[in-house]
Ligand binder design. Structure first.
Ligand code: DP6
Length: 361
């Protein structure tokens, strides 16, 4: 039994990178369990760049669960946080720290409260999958603190209930989220297709077009899209299954031309669904469109794709170059066509915390 009279505190820190979908998840068949209408595939970014760091602490002196995001206290009352907390707490195991003389039994966890301090080193809610890294880290850090013994697949099903795309952030490399068939979501989990070393020639460049929070969240956008788009079910049932199979093969065989064509067309398809929503949702802006134009022109001129682009629910471009040489050329071109504001630190081309691209016209 934990000694409630002592002012002890036990904490752990975890770091989880964000992931970028190359075959997008868009649309739920179950809103509360967060079950998708199609499989999706993503690439997890290098943890040195876009990631969430979360420290979780438990102490008998805490009188309620509390959370801070980027140094501001936020409410933990949403169903999503509550569901993840409940799922993790129900799997908590005994924890013993002999040096500190702390022993927490399974039963103790029911009455102990946690403090969660989370920090994103990149713009939050600006279409850079901050909720993916955030919720994955939330679940992973709590699972570590509470000595939860579940494997990553099971943890991914818990993270999924916090934010769909979060289930893919628990693995590095290329990850597939199987939509699953079961009503309880037990088979709607993420699996690793290939680890981070499998295709390490690829270089991902994030062009932060705007770090403003988006007007329509992914959650609201996909709900409105499912309710009003005539195309979304067609994409999910008729188009995505083949795209997913082709993307898996492209990843397996390092086939960059197929990878790039699939990623670009899937991104454009996803934004077409947003336009097919009533009222239409515009996540990309003119600068995003001009970036697409530049990459398409370049790929056509080379006769074979050199760079893939993909845009999530925001205007920022995720550009995937086939190797470092192409990535260096890509940066040169971006700097030429979209010169940064004079006061911009160029490191923010990758980790950016402000709007850095201006359209050179
Ligand atoms: C465009 O995972 O943020 O990034 O499940 O409602 O939390 P909720 O949505 P979220 O949606 C991500 C949508 C996307 C595509 C993707 O990551 O697959």
């Amino acid at each position: 039994m934990a000694d409630q009279s002592k002012r002890w505190i036990l904490m752990t820190t975890a770091q989880t990178p964000t992931n970028i979908a190359v075959i997008k998840y868009w649309g739920k068949r179950d809103e509360s369990l967060i079950l998708p209408i199609n499989d999706s595939i993503s690439v997890t970014l290098d943890p040195d760049h876009l990631c969430t760091t979360t420290t979780v602490a438990v102490s008998p002196s805490f009188d309620r669960d509390r959370m801070w995001l980027n140094k501001k206290e936020i409410s933990l009352s949403s169903d999503r946080y509550q569901r993840c907390l409940r799922e993790i707490r129900s799997r908590a195991n005994e924890v013993e720290d002999e040096k500190k003389g702390i022993k927490i039994t399974k039963k103790d966890w029911e009455n102990l409260h946690v403090h969660i301090d989370s920090y994103n080193n990149f713009p939050t809610a600006a279409g850079l999958a901050s909720s993916a890294a955030g919720l994955a880290c939330f679940v992973f850090a709590l699972a570590r603190l509470m000595n939860v013994k579940e494997d990553l697949g099971k943890l991914s099903a818990i993270a999924r209930q916090g934010s769909g795309s979060a289930c893919r952030s628990l693995y590095g490399g290329f990850v597939k989220w199987n939509m699953g068939k079961n009503d309880d979501g037990s088979d709607s989990i993420a699996v690793q297709l290939a680890d981070e070393k499998h295709w390490d020639d690829l270089v991902i460049v994030i062009a932060v077009v705007s770090s403003q929070q988006k007007e329509t969240s992914s959650t609201a956008g996909m709900r409105e899209c499912v309710e009003t788009s005539k195309l979304i079910q067609y994409r999910a049932k008729e188009v995505v299954p083949k795209q997913v199979a082709d993307m898996e093969a492209a990843i397996k065989y390092h086939d960059f031309p197929s990878f790039a064509r699939l990623a670009c067309s899937d991104s454009n398809q996803f934004h077409a669904l947003c336009l097919d929503t009533s009222p239409p949702i515009f996540y990309m802006n003119d600068t995003s469109h001009r970036i697409i134009g530049c990459i398409e022109k370049w790929n056509r001129a080379e006769g074979s794709p050199q760079v893939a682009y993909t845009f999530d629910a925001g205007p920022n471009a995720v550009l995937i170059a086939r190797n470092r040489k192409v990535a260096a050329l890509l940066l040169q071109r971006l700097l030429f066509h979209f010169p940064p504001h004079p006061d911009t630190d160029l490191d923010s081309y990758v980790t950016g915390d402000k709007s850095i691209l201006q359209d050179a016209g």
